[in-house]
Design a binder for this molecule. Sequence first.
Ligand code: ADP
Ligand code: MG
Length: 459
Amino acid sequence: CWGRVRDELRTKIGQAAFQNWIDPLEFVEAENGVVRLNAPTSFIGTWVQRNYGDSIVQILSEDGVAADRIDFTVTAGGAKANKAAAGSDAGDVPAASAPKPAARATMRGAQGELPTSQLDARFTFDNFVVGKPNELAHAAARRVAEGGPVTFNPLFLYGGVGLGKTHLMHAIAWEVQARKSESRVLYLSAEQFMYRFVQALRFKDMHGFKELFRSVDVLMVDDVQFIAGKDSTQDEFFHTFNALVDQNKQIIISADRAPGEIDGLEERIRSRLQWGLVVDLHPTDYELRLGILQSKAEAQLAANPGVTLAPGVLEFLAHRISSNVRVLEGALTRLFAFASLIGREINLDMVQECLADVLRASERKVTIDEIIRKVADHYNLRMSDMLSPRRARAVARPRQVAMFLSKNLTSKSLPEIGRRFGGRDHTTVIHAVRRIEELRATDGQVAEDVELLRRMLEA
Ligand code: ADP
Ligand code: MG
């Protein structure tokens, strides 16, 4: 009967949530209306109890198994402990309401245990495609994962949605564990940190909480912007942070923006976060998107032997789909599902048919004219300066910035961009793009200008 519960829930809540919460459970017995399940951590038990408890009871009763309530036992070292969840990047926020008694009973026991975090098996360094926009973040992540003396603490990774922050953090965790299996790595999202903190307060187990967090070798907190404005959680985070830094333990933090830009973050935390190395993941560019698509398509082709892929499809997708890799992946998954279902080659017609919504949503709205105007404004130039043949640095540099942005923010081809800049050759555009790419790495002012303009244009 547990098999049926699993099947039903998988359909009902989706594969990701299923893997996070249901898959790690073991059915023990159903007796006298009590269903006994074993969970690898009390956190999972509590979560399942609250979110899926009713569904489980219902499915069982449809199956003729009388169930009034679910009891969870926790075995940290159990058969499935390696899949235990501190939870992955699931977006849902645990509300801090009281769990049912069964979960409460096991909460304490588990605080002293160190659960292995749930790590996505696909999120490894091997599966991470490196390109210009993420090479610094990747290099920093690698360095941290290699162990050795702690050189920057914390490592702070930031960037927009779907650019690979969580992927890199999991990759670090896998690598650290592979190199040194006794290392205690704890990965969790900031909401889970808060959730645990709130639970510890509720059950007066701050001691257990502190012991847990202060005994890790590597602590990773994903999406830290979540605790902004949550004062007591921030406080506790601050103390945890300091305690670990004092012990020279590595901390890795991610957020959707730079420490200085997270509103509602206490000043002392902000400054702590900047102590170490702060690196950002830039929005993907065409080359990176294509690289990622190629790597994912290869895996899909291997998994779907009947499916073939027409030339030009990946290039088209890399051109047309936004910088968010998750959207890119979703598109590819959909194409492969579609193709394997109807047994056709994936070609551009199928892309139009199957991804009409995705393509519409990711239509770029920024035009080259807008870019030229904004850049001219920013540097106090006239539009005509931007298009003129003048080569004086004061004009040439902004023009290069505008070309760079045109390349990255629109889907226009190099020759088209050249034409719009007073009829220039596409090689001039290539040169401009390269030059700005170099300068972004070496010249802080240029990097800042480009970032600011990009934000203004995309806003
Ligand atoms: P974030 O945490 O920054 O929102 P994720 O790490 O969850 O983004 O990445 C979203 C999806 O895109 C994941 O499936 C991840 O594997 C994939 N992804 C992101 N960047 C890359 C990359 N450089 N190479 C391969 N896959 C990537
Ligand atoms: Mg993430």
